[in-house]
Ligand binder design. Structure first.
Ligand SMILES: Nc1ncnc2c1ncn2[C@@H]1O[C@H](COP(=O)(O)OP(=O)(O)OP(=O)(O)O)[C@@H](O)[C@H]1O
Length: 259
């Protein structure tokens, strides 16, 4: 399923934080948003997963306006993993994953055998089947993240919107989460702080600064020393990964004389 974001601006409490964003994610592509702290990535994503309404512009899924859909219809197409996602109450892991099935349930709202099968399969897919009966709040950060990805996958969406999905994860878990996301085959829009992970895993990057897109394209074209100095204020040396050839970055603080 294709995502088309066109002329999207987002305001919070009367302040416009995201300005005139236009980007496209073709079906099955993994699109990364990178940018400094406070540049507007989460605000943009919150609007895409409908926690905020656009001040202007549209988000379309295969041409249909996402903000004009009813909540259930939207949730069958798009699942989100917000930053610092948590649940208020101490549900079990199985209960948290089962919440992903709600958009598919009508009438009684009871989980069917088919719903339970999807949840069990998705928990196994993220390597968390053994956690099913544990309390969610007592899990480690990495375990929680896996469970929330299982919940998003249990929603059986066509599009995943992820805000820093590798936050708090050790390096092995970071790689695993991104592999899981890639293997899902879904269209993915994700914010990532780690530029080297973004360089390897994303098909395309959009760099956000001060609420606007300042560069877009394949990681190799976007992650230049000049852009990193300008947007992040760091000196970057770009090297090629010896096996994959992907661009990888080594960083120094940018000295005042070099800026
Ligand atoms: N509810 C709010 N009220 C006022 N300002 C807000 C609100 N939410 C976010 N902001 C401000 O909007 C700007 C963009 O925030 P946002 O969280 O979208 O950035 P981000 O790029 O996701 O940052 P980070 O990388 O630190 O997560 C920041 O300056 C932030 O302080």
């Amino acid at each position: 399923m294709r995502i088309d974001i066109e002329g999207l601006s987002v305001a919070v409490a009367g302040n416009r934080l995201v300005h005139d964003i236009t980007l496209r994610a073709d079906s099955g592509r993994l699109i990364g948003l990178v940018g400094p702290n406070g540049s507007g990535k989460s605000t943009l994503l919150r609007c895409v997963y409908r926690a905020l309404r656009p001040a202007a512009g549209t988000v379309r899924l295969d041409g249909a306006d996402l903000h004009a859909m009813d909540a259930r219809e939207g949730a069958r197409l798009l699942a989100a993993l917000p930053q610092e996602a948590s649940t208020e109450f101490d549900f079990t892991v199985a209960e948290v994953v089962a919440m992903g099935r709600l958009p598919h349930q009508r009438g009684s709202g009871r989980a069917s055998a088919a719903d339970t099968e999807v949840c069990t399969r998705m928990l196994a897919r993220v390597g968390a089947a053994h956690l099913a009966d544990r309390g969610f709040l007592a899990l480690s950060g990495g375990e929680k993240q896996r469970v929330l990805i299982a919940r998003a996958l249990a929603q059986e969406p066509k599009v995943l919107v992820l805000d820093e999905p590798t936050n708090h994860l050790d390096i092995a878990q970071q790689l695993e989460v991104l592999a899981l996301v890639r293997e899902s085959g879904l269209t993915v829009l994700t914010a990532l702080h780690d530029l080297n992970l973004a360089a390897v895993h994303c098909d395309e990057l959009h760099v956000i600064a001060h609420g606007r897109i300042v560069a877009s394209g394949p990681p190799h074209d976007v992650l230049t020393a000049g852009l990193l100095a300008e947007v992040f204020g760091v000196r970057a040396h770009r090297v090629r990964h010896p096996e994959t050839g992907a661009p990888q970055l080594l960083f120094d603080r940018l000295s005042p004389s070099a800026s």
